[in-house]
Design a protein around this ligand. Structure first.
Ligand code: SAM
Length: 378
């Protein structure tokens, strides 16, 4: 699978209309993914602010159609470089940027670059001379793990121009979790109502045989045609990034990240419609098994409490648990690295609805208009 084929795939992904997205079986999961990115960027900005930077220079590497442009606006970015191998996606990102309400006044500067970040030197194309304060790579880095050279080039492009103390954040499939799922499935396949994961070479799945690079799998969500992806073991990602003086700040499976962000990010999660109300007459999952946790939560609620919870169907939750979030920082000194802990998969936590709004919600969250036209996972 060459980067050109990846580009071809993403260039041809149809832009779903608002109505299509609302009717999608994974409507809430997509919104949840989008909320996770918002929370991650929010946390990264706190670290960037600690460096004394209020208006960061940002690189959004493998930015797709620019689904995070609004988030960059909210961070108060000074300049954002958006790079992707898919030219049509970059064109759409640039068009979106131009329709943003403040354009061309009072909005961050931006550069849109078409580049295969596994082969080309991005630095040759970047116009701004300042180093980056923040780099974001959402749902994309693993494509570069097709082979070692590609992964190394991609990571160099990602963090090579990051300033000392600068932050690198991202999301990617959790290789351990995926291998676990396909090993426990049938003939290298894991499937539920919303996602299907197939590991291509089943004989590689025996203990110790999954290669570090080129471990190809197919991940299809909501029956969308997918393009092949590659496992990126987090310990390997960490190792490769350490060669660029990057130190690990955190890594969490999505389940763990959601639990951590539920209190500070609850208001935003509700406004972004990241949870489905249970019970309701038009649930996206069609069997009782999809909502056993939510049902148990409802049954445990005392009297005089509204009998509604916010939840995700079991299948969406299983799919979301296939991903992790991470944050690294370029070392300022020779501080000792923080060690990553093995991510533990928690159960879906249904959230009682109609309670007082969380007071600690970030003021930025109120400003997000949830009209995102391209929520991830794309
Ligand atoms: C799942 S999409 C994520 C898009 C965006 N980051 C988001 O969160 O919505 C993966 C993106 O990675 C891009 N990509 C894959 N391989 C790439 C490469 N070699 N160089 C640059 N971009 C690449 C694809 O074109 C696609 O836009």
């Amino acid at each position: 699978m060459s980067a050109a084929e990846v580009a071809d795939h993403y260039n041809n992904v149809r832009q779903a209309g608002i109505q299509d997205r609302k009717e999608s079986r994974i409507f809430f999961m997509r919104n949840m993914n989008n909320w996770i990115k918002s929370q991650l960027i929010n946390d990264a900005m706190k670290l960037v602010n600690e460096n004394g930077v209020k208006s960061p220079v940002v690189l959004d590497i493998a930015c797709g159609k620019g689904g995070d442009l609004r988030k960059w606006d909210i961070t108060g970015a000074k300049h954002v470089v958006m790079a992707d191998v898919a030219d049509v996606s970059i064109q759409q990102a640039e068009e979106r940027y131009k329709t943003m309400h403040k354009y061309p006044h009072d909005i961050f500067g931006a550069q849109f670059i078409v580049a295969d970040c596994t082969k080309e030197n991005l630095d040759d194309k970047i116009e701004i001379k300042e180093p980056f304060d923040l780099v974001s790579c959402q749902f994309a880095m693993h494509y570069s793990f097709v082979d070692e050279d590609s992964a190394r080039t991609f990571l160099k492009n990602a963090v090579g121009k990051l300033k000392l103390g600068g932050v690198f954040i991202g999301t990617l499939p959790d290789a351990d979790r995926i291998v676990w799922a396909v090993r426990n499935g049938t003939e290298g396949k894991f499937a539920n109502d919303v996602c299907k994961i197939t590991y291509e070479k089943v004989d590689e799945l025996s203990e110790g045989n999954v290669p570090l690079f080129g471990a190809k799998f197919h991940f299809s969500l909501d029956e969308q045609v997918n393009c092949p992806e590659f496992l990126a073991y987090f310990s390997l990602v960490k190792h490769l990034l350490e060669e660029h003086d990057m130190e690990l700040l955190f890594v969490h499976n999505f389940a763990e990240a959601i639990t951590n962000w539920l209190v500070p990010g609850r208001r935003l999660l509700e406004s972004m419609k990241g949870l489905e109300t249970f019970p309701n007459r038009n649930l996206s999952g069609k069997t009782d098994e999809e909502y056993l946790e939510a049902k148990a939560k409802i049954d445990s609620l005392g009297d005089n409490v509204p009998k509604f919870v916010g939840t995700l169907s079991k299948s969406e939750w299983e799919a979301i648990c296939m991903y992790l979030v991470f944050g690294f920082r370029k070392k300022k000194t020779t501080e000792k690295n923080l060690e990553s802990e093995a991510p533990e998969i928690k159960k879906v936590t249904p959230v009682p609805l109609n309670e007082d709004t969380d007071k600690t919600a970030e003021k930025n969250e109120e400003r997000i208009e949830e009209k995102e036209e391209n929520p991830s996972h794309c």
